[in-house]
Design a protein around this ligand. Structure first.
Ligand code: KG4
Ligand code: ZN
Length: 339
């Protein structure tokens, strides 16, 4: 396939129905032509994503979201890329079914995309980042330190042993009665708080591990919350939020620093680049601290704009685009998987 082509990306793995058209401008460049994301706020009353509600909401949202995208951008689509997993199976089935239908009708390749690979490659969409690079993927379902060697080759340097940071943000936000999804609301509250007031735990598994743990932090916040005069005042809430966020940021920075050492030792020829993405990477405090770490350690810091950090269709289309550049022809047999 020539270097100029357009890929439609479809993402339905969690609570965002997202589609995007990404155009390949040459052997390495890409441009987002259009993108639409519809976040399912139906889950707010439950304080977490309800799988069946998510699946039905994707089914409802996909046609109008796709229509809005294609109505304005009538160029030929050369391939359809879709998230096949990991994620919530009902939503994935909705997205994959639509993708199969479109690819069949348009007679173009159908490309299966792994959700985590898509987050890991998202730093390349709008930035010139060469393989291999170091990546911190931090979202509602995952926390991983990776070396990204190629569009289909990721090396794991560390992961969470229990909760993901976004999950911890959401649970702490729920405890404090903040609206779902809690990450952004908790960040806003933390801006008014004192991050040094509560000393929450920052677990680490020794000098030779890039692993994370966030469940102890969540429990420590709960205990502190219960120990405060009830109902908890606005000042106490803000201090909890700020102290919690500081603990998450410290854990991410410390483990990323460890991974930088491994990356430099194992790949001395590689450019020193740290990418970060996933919903939690849209947090301004966390971004600023990672950026400061990069400045100290001599790494370039690349973080996509917040709409490309949370789940989006462009990152799915981009992986499809990379697959095509590497000779993929697609398959109609791609099947969704939860894990
Ligand atoms: O990447 P994402 O959209 O979905 C997953 O693949 O998980 O990440 C969603 C997660 C949620 O847990 C949400 O609370 C968190 O990212 N999040 C944030 C912020 N914005 C979203 N966490 C902290 N600060 C934020 N500003
Ligand atoms: Zn995600």
């Amino acid at each position: 396939m020539a270097n100029h082509f357009t890929v439609l990306g479809i993402e339905t793995g969690c609570d965002d129905t997202a589609v995007a058209l990404v155009h390949s401008n040459g052997p390495t460049q890409a441009r987002i032509i259009a993108a639409h994301t519809l976040t399912q706020y139906q889950h707010a009353v439950y304080g977490g994503v309800v799988p069946e509600i998510a699946a039905r909401a994707h089914l409802d949202a996909l046609p109008p979201v796709l229509q809005a995208l294609l109505a304005q951008h009538l160029q030929r689509v050369d391939a359809v890329a879709v998230t096949t997993g990991p994620g919530l199976i009902g939503g994935l089935i909705a997205g994959v079914s639509l993708a199969k239908g479109l690819a069949t009708a348009w007679q173009v390749p159908l490309l299966a995309v792994n959700h985590l690979t898509a987050h890991a490659l998202s730093v390349r969409i709008e930035n010139d980042v060469a393989y291999p690079y170091l990546m911190l993927l931090t979202s509602g379902g995952h926390c991983q330190l990776l070396v990204v060697h190629a569009h289909d080759t990721l090396e794991l340097l560390g992961t969470t042993r229990d909760d993901a940071p976004g999950e911890a943000f959401d649970k702490v936000a729920k405890l404090m009665g903040l609206p779902y999804p809690g990450g952004a609301a908790l960040e806003a509250l933390a801006k008014q708080g004192n991050a040094a007031r509560f000393a929450f735990p920052r677990p680490n598994f020794g000098a030779n591990s890039g692993d994370f743990s966030f469940s102890g932090l969540k429990t420590a916040v709960l205990r502190q919350w219960q120990a405060l005069p009830q109902p908890v005042s606005q000042i106490d809430k803000a201090d909890i939020a700020a102290s919690f966020q500081a603990a998450v940021a410290d854990c991410l920075v410390a483990r990323t620093r460890y991974a930088m050492g491994v990356f430099c030792a194992q790949y001395p020829q590689a450019a020193r680049v740290l990418g970060t993405a996933g919903g939690v990477a849209s947090n301004q405090t966390i971004r600023a601290q990672l950026q400061a770490l990069c400045a100290r350690e001599g790494f370039a810091f690349v973080a996509p704009q917040p709409t490309l950090c949370t789940d989006n269709g462009a990152m799915i289309a981009y992986v499809g685009l990379e697959q095509l550049r590497n000779g993929a022809t697609g398959s109609v047999h791609c099947a969704p998987y939860a894990r």
